[in-house]
Unconditional design. Structure first.
Length: 427
C-alpha cells in the first residue's frame, strides 16, 4: 500500500551535525526538499457539566520557534502563522470554532531555531454535555503550509449525588497555576518534563461535591508500580484547584499522573494524564541510559560503544552526553534535534516491528532508523507461491529493500537491496 511521502528531517540534521547515519550519501539528482510542514503541540482539558450549567473545553496549542519559518526583516526575523480550532459534534458537523493570527519575532538567527522559545495559545468553548471532536490547524502564512491535529473528548453531565473531575493540566510555574488564568499557562507540559524544576503543578476542577474531598495524586510507572503517592484534602468548592507535586528523584520514564477524588466515602472520580519525565538535554524518548547506549549500535563504532558500556555509572552519562554533543546541530539550545529524531525512530521501530525480539533490532527496524519512513511500501502478506514479503522504496536517495517473513513469526529478514552496499544488520 503506497504511503504518502513525509518530511524527513534527519538528512538535514546529519548534514548540520557532521554525523554520518546514512550508509551512503544522498543522490546528487535528488529533488529540492519540500517546504516543511509546520508542527505544533496540542493539549485538551474537558470539564464536566452540571444539570443547570454547561461544561467546557480548554485547548492549548504550543508553537516553538524551531517549528516556524522565519523571514529576515531588517535587523530581526519574523514568523507569521494562524491557528484555527473547530469543534465538531458526534455527526462530524461543525458547531463552533475560532481563529487567530499570530506574529512572532526573533532578534537573531539562533533564536529562530530555539525550541525553548515557545508560545502557548489558549482557546475556550462552553459546551453542552456529549461527545465532540476538536480539530486544531496551524498554518504558516509565509510558506502557505498547514498541519492539523484532532482530539476526541466528551463533556460529561454530573447529576447529584455524583462527582466528576476535569482533565488534568500540568504546568511548571506556581504563579501561573495560582492565577486561575489559562491564558497565562506558558509553562504547560504537553508531553514531557525536561527541566530542572523540582515540582509540577496539577490544575483541575471537581464538580458535584458537597463535602470535603479526600484526594490522592499518584505517579504510576508503565509497570503499574506507584512511584509516588501524595494525599491532600480540598474543600467542596466548584472552582479550579491546583496542587504542587514534588518530582525530585523520580526516575526518567513515562508516568500516568492519576488524581483520585473521594467524597462522603462512596463518591469517587479519577482523572489521568501521561507525562514523561526526563533529564534536561536527553531525548524525550530516552528513559533508560543503558538501553539508550545499546541503541547507538547503528551510529557508534564498536570502540565507543564498548567504552560507554564498561564505564562506571558516573562516567557513563558523561560519555553519552559527549557523544551527542559532538553531533548537536544547534549547540546552545535546550534540545539536541538529531538525538530526538534518532530515538524517535528507535521508539517507533520498536512499536511497529516488535516480534520475538525488539523491533529496533529487526532488519526493518534498522532500515527505518537509518532512512526514516519509506516513501512507498508494497505489502504481500498472503501470496500463494511465496512467504509474506514487503518492498520498501525511498526516493531520495534512491533505495529499494525487500523483506521476507521466512519463519512466520513476523521477523522480516532483509534478503535483497538495491542502490547501495547494505552488508549490515544485527543478531
Amino acid at each position: 500500500m503506497p504511503l504518502v511521502p513525509i518530511r524527513n528531517p534527519l538528512p538535514r540534521l546529519l548534514a548540520m551535525s557532521g554525523a554520518m547515519l546514512f550508509l551512503c550519501a544522498p543522490s546528487l539528482a535528488a529533488k529540492p526538499e519540500q517546504p516543511p510542514t509546520p508542527v505544533f503541540e496540542l493539549s485538551l482539558c474537558a470539564s464536566p457539566a452540571l444539570p443547570d450549567a454547561k461544561g467546557g473545553v480548554d485547548l492549548f496549542i504550543g508553537v516553538s520557534n524551531d517549528q516556524l519559518h522565519f523571514v529576515r526583516q531588517r535587523n530581526r526575523f519574523v514568523a507569521e502563522y494562524s491557528i484555527t480550532v473547530d469543534i465538531l459534534d458526534s455527526a462530524g458537523t461543525r458547531i463552533t470554532g475560532r481563529s487567530s493570527r499570530h506574529r512572532k519575532t526573533a532578534k537573531g538567527f539562533d533564536a529562530t531555531t530555539d525550541p525553548s522559545l515557545r508560545e502557548v495559545t489558549h482557546v475556550h468553548f462552553d459546551l453542552e454535555s456529549g461527545p465532540y471532536r476538536a480539530v486544531a490547524r496551524l498554518r504558516d502564512e509565509d510558506l502557505k503550509q498547514e498541519s492539523n491535529q484532532a482530539r476526541d473528548f466528551e463533556i460529561s453531565k454530573v447529576v447529584s449525588p455524583r462527582i466528576a473531575i476535569s482533565d488534568l493540566l500540568l504546568v511548571g510555574e506556581r504563579a501561573e497555576a495560582a492565577s486561575g488564568e489559562f491564558d497565562r499557562l506558558q509553562s504547560l507540559y504537553f508531553k514531557a518534563k525536561a527541566d530542572s524544576r523540582p515540582s509540577i503543578f496539577a490544575i483541575f476542577r471537581i464538580v458535584g461535591a458537597r463535602d470535603p474531598i479526600e484526594c490522592r495524586a499518584l505517579f504510576r510507572r508503565p509497570t503499574g508500580e506507584v512511584a509516588r503517592d501524595v494525599r491532600f484534602q480540598l474543600p467542596a468548592e466548584d472552582k479550579w484547584h491546583f496542587v504542587e507535586l514534588n518530582t525530585e528523584e523520580l526516575p526518567g520514564t513515562v508516568y500516568d499522573v492519576e488524581l483520585h477524588a473521594q467524597c462522603a466515602d462512596t463518591l469517587q472520580a479519577t482523572a489521568t494524564r501521561k507525562l514523561m519525565i526526563r533529564s534536561a538535554g536527553l531525548s524525550p524518548l530516552v528513559d533508560n541510559l543503558d538501553d539508550a547506549i545499546e541503541q547507538l549500535l547503528y551510529i557508534a563504532d564498536s570502540k565507543t560503544l564498548k567504552a560507554m558500556k564498561s564505564a562506571p555509572d558516573d562516567a557513563k552519562k558523561a560519555l553519552f552526553d559527549a557523544f551527542w554533543k559532538e553531533r548537536d546541530p544547534s549547540p546552545g539550545t535546550r534540545d539536541n534535534e538529531l538525538m530526538n529524531e534518532y530515538y524517535r525512530r528507535i521508539h517507533e521501530a520498536d512499536e511497529r516491528f516488535r516480534c520475538y525480539k525488539a523491533g529496533w533490532k529487526t532488519d526493518r527496524g534498522w532500515v527505518f532508523v537509518t532512512y526514516g519512513e519509506p516513501n512507498e511500501v508494497e505489502r504481500y502478506p498472503f501470496e500463494l507461491d511465496s512467504r509474506p514479503y514487503e518492498v520498501w522504496r525511498y526516493y531520495h536517495p534512491d533505495r529499494r529493500f525487500l523483506f521476507v517473513d521466512r519463519n512466520g513469526f513476523g521477523d522480516y529478514d532483509l534478503v535483497e537491496s538495491s542502490g547501495g552496499n547494505f552488508d549490515f544488520g544485527v543478531d
